[in-house]
Ligand binder design. Structure first.
Ligand code: ATP
Ligand code: TYD
Length: 239
């Protein structure tokens, strides 16, 4: 597969056309951002760490019945994916209260959310990704009621699978964000599943093992990402 012209450069990844119809290459760059792009840095190896973890999770999820865009790795930071028409929703699943729901609602940080809470934001940087509800999603024609139902069902399945595999490594999955897209009528899990888009806490120490280390300058984020990659991908037992 040959990389062709740049289709889109986001905050942390670039998407390229390829010489194969319906297939794209996603490049995981070393850029890291937080607070709506207000904090920005470039950190050596960050892209390859996130690509490696994403690939590991996409393979694991696919083995367990989740349709994903992942086709394979080209090198350590370039991923071949199915081209999707992205649905502009940020689907967030929360198992423990942290981050924006603690800031915006009377939840105490660390409170268990059982059943998990799904929050869906409108992926629109110019509007600062406002939170949606089902009626707004349907009125804005961002997804049909059937697609929305399917997206939520898959999001909960992804959550259950990720909770299980991370727990084996002594890691609590606090929350995460995923994105979906369509090819024809089929909905696929797209984008990435990595330390940038999840909140992970060490079960024993409560230490943050994700982008919160960068957001709140809790330590050396690359040292943390390196450790998490080893913990998740190398020692994980096959499901
Ligand atoms: P955010 O950081 O808020 O997710 P962004 O657009 O800056 O937004 P990046 O991760 O840098 O995010 O860019 C990757 C872009 O590629 C996103 O817009 C994402 O929706 C899109 N994308 C991911 N997977 C696919 C796919 N399979 N087909 C087409 N586009 C995709
Ligand atoms: P959230 O608590 O809403 O935001 P913040 O991290 O700013 O407090 O985030 C919930 C989870 O979703 C968290 O693991 C980070 C992830 N996420 C993203 O990856 N991208 C986003 O644009 C948003 C809003 C969240």
């Amino acid at each position: 597969m040959k990389q062709k012209k740049l289709l889109y450069a986001g905050k942390a990844k670039s998407v390229y056309r390829t010489d194969e119809k319906g297939k794209l290459i996603v490049e995981f760059r070393d850029d890291i951002t937080a607070f709506d792009g207000g904090k920005k840095d470039t950190l050596k190896n960050k892209g390859s760490y996130n690509a490696e973890v994403s690939a590991f999770f996409f393979e694991y999820l696919a083995k367990n019945g989740v349709k994903t865009h992942f086709l394979g790795m080209i090198d350590e930071r370039h991923m071949a994916v199915r081209e999707l028409e992205m649905i502009p929703l940020e689907v967030i699943v929360r198992n423990i209260a942290a981050g924006s729901i603690v800031r915006n609602y009377p939840f105490k940080e660390g409170m268990k959310l059982d059943p998990p809470v799904i929050v869906i934001d409108y992926k629109d940087d110019s509007r600062h990704d406002p939170m949606l509800n089902d009626d707004l999603i349907i009125a804005l024609k961002l997804a049909t009621p059937q697609d929305l139902k399917k997206i939520k069902k898959v999001a909960l399945l992804v959550n259950a699978l990720l909770v299980k595999i991370l727990a084996r490594q002594g890691i609590t999955l606090v929350d995460f964000k995923i994105e979906f897209g369509k090819q024809g009528k089929t909905i696929y899990l797209g984008d990435e599943v990595s330390m940038d888009s999840m909140r992970l806490w060490d079960k024993k120490t409560g230490e943050s093992l994700d982008k919160d280390v960068y957001r709140f300058e809790k330590g050396d984020v690359m040292e943390t990402y390196n450790r998490v990659v080893q913990r998740i991908t190398k020692k994980a037992k096959k499901p």
